[in-house]
Design a protein around this ligand. Structure first.
Ligand SMILES: Cc1ncc(COP(=O)(O)O)c(C=O)c1O
Length: 494
């Protein structure tokens, strides 16, 4: 059953005009809910591959959505979900092949002894369950987390998310949570330039050692260390080589277990490996996965060792999750993992990521505003600074770039990190070299303006009214026919 192409080209679920949508959102949706580009929000009605379309049919190159991992609305994923939904969707207290096949494939990608899965609906749920497993196994409560880390929105995981609790209105950190410095050697607590020829992994592990000693001295016990294998909200941070290895050894020596949060960075994004923790040559005790696993559909999992899973079973309290592991979610996750293989998307992330990083490094030689370029595969960060020597963050510049990229170039990027000055790129894995060139061309235009401004020129407005300088780049974007080329190939192969 081929997915109808006409539907892909013309589909739009728009039922209201944009102003009405905004009005209803303001009235009925909590103002605390985040909205991209709040002063001029985007109404996205359709997606294909690495592109999203607004209600007027404007095509945006998506460099933000690591959730749409194998491309927006991938026909094979959509079809797998539709078929399963039309067949049966029930809970995992019944036997179902999609569930066990999903567990088999997931664990086949993991190093031993990570062979047991629990299915959940989101990254927050995955990390919440990871904490329960760790605390139950160790019979301890204390957790070490990394500064600027984010692990989800549930109460339990907000407690271990400095990215949130350190905000002015955030809830105070509980005593059983300990924050170690984010291993950011460029802008973090310990900067490589201040420790020439020293082992930065060791420097960043020392505070973990000190926390372990403090916990012991207070007569408490360490349950777990949780870290994103690469830190996304922390500003696209790549820990120094050997960091996770040293951290895991320290934590295990103190009786704790190690949780790798792969919610953002798993499923081949780093290019060289399927999981980002593998780039640090470690084997966690518990791994949480979500976002890319469902390509937009809510599904997640916790993968752990038989020993930790057995200790959980031995509590006598059965685990039940109404939707976690339902056949539709599992059919979708299975399709996502199949597509990653069939289309060589991990290899695409490696080669396109390498090209993108290389080109960004070239830009860095040309433009002083780029303080640092870092990344692995299609997980890239560009840190904008006011001064190369002091590494002082340029938050306003990053904000301006994000808005100009959207308004003028129709390219969606975001900024993050403790100072909001890191341009984040984590596009769908179908991102091509041509897309990388589109990004580079537009980004160059933006930072050229910023450099001119430093020499006294006025910055142009980034709002839509100022589209005079947009023509060249917009015209150089892929034509609609090219945009559909990739999907065409996929549709034919379904
Ligand atoms: C690293 C990380 N862990 C966990 C979560 C929470 O995932 P979810 O929003 O699916 O609950 C997020 C979400 O952004 C995340 O970035």
């Amino acid at each position: 059953m081929p997915f109808p192409r006409e539907q892909l080209e013309s589909a739009s679920n728009e039922k209201l005009c944009k102003s009405e949508t905004i009005k209803l959102r303001n009235k009925h949706i909590g103002q605390a809910c985040q909205l991209f580009y709040r002063s001029d929000p985007l109404k996205i009605v359709r997606g294909q591959g690495q592109y999203m379309f607004d209600e007027q049919g404007t095509c945006y190159l998506d460099c933000i959505n690591n959730v749409a991992h194998v491309g927006h609305c991938h026909p094979k994923v959509v079809r797998a979900g539709c078929l399963q939904m039309a067949t049966i969707s029930t809970n995992n207290r019944f036997l179902h092949d999609e569930l066990v096949q999903c567990a088999k494939t997931l664990t086949s990608k993991m190093p031993a002894p990570l062979s047991v899965c629990f299915f959940v609906n989101s990254g927050s749920e995955a990390n919440d369950l990871a904490l329960r497993l760790a605390r139950n196994y160790t019979k301890r409560q204390d957790i070490i987390t990394l500064d600027h880390g984010y692990h989800g929105h549930l109460t339990s995981v907000m407690e271990i998310s400095p990215y949130k609790f350190n905000q002015p209105g955030g809830d105070p950190k509980p005593d059983y949570v300990h924050v170690a410095p984010c291993p950011d050697i460029y802008g973090g607590k310990f900067k490589d330039r201040d420790y020439p020829n020293e082992d930065m992994a060791e420097i960043y592990t020392q505070p973990i050692r000190e926390i372990c000693e403090q916990v012991k001295a207070q007569g408490k016990g360490l349950a777990a260390f949780i870290a994103e294998s690469l830190l996304s909200c922390g500003g696209q941070v790549i820990p120094p080589e050997g960091y996770l290895k040293a951290a895991f050894e320290t934590v295990r020596a103190a009786g704790g277990v190690c949780i790798a949060d792969e919610v953002q960075v798993g499923f081949g994004r780093v290019g060289t490996h399927y999981w980002a923790f593998e780039t640090q040559d470690v084997v966690p005790d518990i791994v949480s996965v979500a976002k890319p696993m469902g390509n937009g559909h809510p599904v997640g999992a916790v993968i752990t060792t038989p020993e930790i899973a057995e200790a959980f079973y031995n509590t006598g309290v059965a685990y039940f999750n109404t939707y976690g592991g339902n056949p539709v979610s599992c059919a979708i996750a299975n399709a996502v993992m199949r597509v990653i293989e069939e289309e060589g998307l991990q290899e695409n992330a490696r080669s396109v990521g390498e090209y993108l990083l290389q080109q960004c490094r070239e830009l860095k030689y040309e433009f002083d505003i780029i303080g640092d370029v870092r990344g692995l595969g299609l997980f890239v960060g560009l840190e904008l600074v006011k001064n190369r020597e002091t590494r002082e963050p340029d938050t306003n510049a990053a904000h301006w770039v994000v808005n100009r990229m959207k308004q003028i170039h129709k390219i969606l990027v975001s900024s993050d990190g403790p100072n909001g000055n890191v341009i984040k790129l984590k596009p769908p894995m179908v991102f091509s070299q041509k897309n990388a060139d589109e990004f580079l061309l537009a980004f160059r235009e933006c930072i050229s303006f910023l450099e001119k401004q430093r020499n006294g020129d006025q910055l142009p407005a980034y709002n839509a009214a100022d589209s005079s300088s947009a023509t060249t780049t917009t015209e150089s974007m892929a034509s609609k026919a090219q945009i559909f080329e990739h999907q065409d190939r996929l549709i034919k192969s379904v």
